[in-house]
Design a protein around this ligand. Structure first.
Ligand code: BG6
Length: 500
């Protein structure tokens, strides 16, 4: 297997939550699986003063507490970790980073290769590239330089365009890796393999055979410690504009000519550019916004959103959204996509349900079973296909049966987490699973009318009790067209038992 070249992974925002929770565990697991370079350095950068040793100790404690680790390998891993305190907004301070990178190049033979990872507040995304450039740290003459940018990439269409221009002043597009960890999920990538490596599905994957598509991105957790950030963001910016639209692109895109970064991302951009623009006049018919209210869930009292730490007690930020959208192209014309995402729903589940059209002439019963393909992204990753078969006994009544595949049945295979996969790809210079500038802008362009609607005084915001499947209005969005959301359980196939 291809191993990355030696490099220094420089993490800005090194004392932040994402670094402890996701980045360091992902790098450790890659190290344990012998997937990182033969030699490498990880340089944490943030404002707080730590020595290398203090920083290592802090990370080590969190890693060992939350992850399954092997003590000898943990010791070995932390020999690669260093720290540099810097005022990230202050250009002269970057001299310290330059010196440190030179030292680490010597110690770990990194040949000048550097991956910069921006895990800071977004207000610094434009500043850091400029400061790096001022010290010649973005130039590729001596080793490659890559920039990984965390979401949110912009706050709306205008700020996304501006941020893009700011970063492009100092980095070429091929050096920029906009990360969306959903694209790193094995099961999201599997959508492409399922669709394009089987002769069975693709001929049916269009308006002639598909009645409608459902996409659910549900979370049982609330906003936890992130109330301050979330209140300025909401479900629309936090989940829909990026993760959910990327999943939708994988469901709806055309087949790429070949699997490489350009080809794949051309198709993603094309489908996102084909989203039917939302009309401010009719937006309310297609959009439902909700906010969770306090309730007892499985015997435990759960706070409403407005009572969460860091949240404005009069906040009108949505923690739930459901949207009916359409795609203007030959494949999808007339097929509605119903998409919903929210916090404090009954369970954590991400899945796609493809509802096929019924037979044109139902000979066996008026209510012939529906043909559905359920693609489960998480948890209990897998696929279920449902169709009708003869009910045993007299007559010819059809009943719905299901065929299922669960990833865990593949046995020993350990799936790489989204961050593991994407960090490895960035280190290998493969941008296929990173969002390109045109796709990001297409997403913001589509979402902008919703943001404008949200900002208006008349925007409707429905309450829903913690632990329920969102506001009633979201059910009506489907019901008025004679349809209903699927109620997914934690377990993919067991639809009789749900956590509620
Ligand atoms: C993050 C959002 O990007 O994705 C979070 O900021 C959300 O609010 C998370 O909880 C969901 O990711 P996953 O991988 O747990 O589905």
């Amino acid at each position: 297997m291809l191993k990355p070249e030696n490099s220094t992974i420089t993490i800005f925002g090194a004392s932040g939550d994402l670094t402890h929770r996701k980045l360091i565990p992902a790098l450790y697991h890659l190290f344990e699986a012998n997937k990182l370079a033969d030699d490498f350095a990880i340089l944490g950068v943030s404002r707080t003063e730590f020595s290398d040793e203090e920083y290592r100790e802090k990370l080590r404690q969190l890693l060992v507490k939350h992850e399954k680790t092997q003590p000898e390998l943990v010791d070995e891993f932390f020999k690669h970790v260093y720290y540099q305190a810097v005022d990230t907004a202050n250009a002269p301070d970057y001299e310290k980073i330059k010196t440190r990178l030179e030292e680490l190049e010597y110690l770990h033979s990194t040949h000048g290769n550097v991956l910069y990872y921006l895990s800071t507040p977004p207000s610094l995304y434009g500043v850091i590239p400029e400061c790096l450039a001022a010290h010649g740290l973005t130039k590729e003459g001596h080793g490659w330089k890559r920039l990984v940018v965390e979401k949110p990439f912009g706050y709306d269409l205008e700020s996304a365009i501006l941020l893009d221009a700011q970063i492009h002043n100092f980095f070429e597009e091929q050096q920029i890796y906009r990360i969306d960890h959903y694209l790193g999920k094995e099961t999201v990538q599997n959508l492409l393999v399922l669709r394009f490596s089987n002769g069975l599905f693709e001929p049916l994957w269009n308006r002639n055979y598909i009645e409608y598509v459902e996409i659910t991105g549900a979370e049982a957790l609330g906003v936890e410690e992130r109330g301050g950030y979330y209140d300025g963001s909401g479900a629309m910016r936090d989940m829909f504009q990026n993760h959910i639209l990327q999943v939708l692109a994988m469901v709806a895109m055309e087949s790429p000519a070949v699997i490489n970064a350009d080809s794949l991302r051309n198709e993603v951009a094309k489908v996102l550019q084909s989203l039917h623009p939302l009309n401010p006049e009719t937006i309310e018919e297609n959009l439902v916004l909700g906010q969770y209210t306090s309730s007892k869930v499985r015997g435990i009292e759960q706070a409403g959103y407005r009572q969460e730490k860091g949240v404005n007690p009069e906040s009108r930020t949505e923690t739930y959204m459901a949207l009916r959208l359409q795609i203007d192209n030959w494949r999808w014309s007339g097929v509605p996509f119903y998409v919903r995402t929210g916090k404090r729903l009954p369970t954590r589940v991400t899945e796609i349900v493809i509802h096929f059209k019924r037979t044109p002439h139902p000979v066996f019963s008026q209510n012939a079973p529906e043909n559905k393909l359920i693609i489960r992204v998480q948890p209990d990753e897998g696929i279920v296909m449902s169709f009708g078969l003869k009910q045993p006994g007299a007559g010819f009544k059809a009943q719905e049966v299901a065929m299922d595949f669960h990833y865990e049945d593949l046995g020993e295979t350990t799936l790489l987490s989204g961050y593991e996969r994407l960090l490895l790809d960035a280190l290998n210079g493969d941008a296929s699973l990173f969002t390109r500038s045109d796709a990001v802008q297409a997403c913001w362009k589509f979402v902008q009318p919703i943001l404008d609607y949200k900002a208006g005084l008349d925007a409707k915001l429905h309450g829903y009790a913690c632990g329920t499947w969102g506001p009633k209005a979201a059910d009506e969005l489907m019901e008025k067209e004679g349809r209903a959301w699927r109620f997914p359980c934690k377990n993919l196939t067991n639809t009789d038992y749900c956590e509620l």
